[in-house]
Design a protein around this ligand. Sequence first.
Ligand SMILES: [Zn+2]
Length: 146
Amino acid sequence: MNGTRLGAGIRERLYVSTTDTYDETADLDYIAIEYALNGERVALTPAEKIHAARILDARGLEPTPIARRIGSDPATVTGWKNNGWKPGGKHPKTRVRTPRPEPVCGEPRMYRRHLKNGERCDTCRAANAAADRRYRATGSQKQVTT
Ligand SMILES: [Zn+2]
């Protein structure tokens, strides 16, 4: 039985270029890109994927259908978009790390810093001993503030 899926209809075909079929400087095969734009299976180079993703994004597609058509990941497509349609870029789920603050005297961390530098500091030594006692008593070095 031959049938057409309901709602599939005839989709408008997207064309990349009418004159050029290949861009040597950018390494783009426009015929392959045209296949990808229209949802046909084709292997693309990374440059072609970015070019195709850019065209589809300009037509208002979401990253997920774009990624499906070019055979990539939605997060990768979002990364290219945020990077100005250039390869690389940060993964959109990358966590922004804030560096730990420098230890000050009176912290066990500073005690270890003193030891490393061969210094002696009674304040830090007492703080480290207190943290060690807390750890043995409670299983945590964190000071409970009430
Ligand atoms: Zn100190």
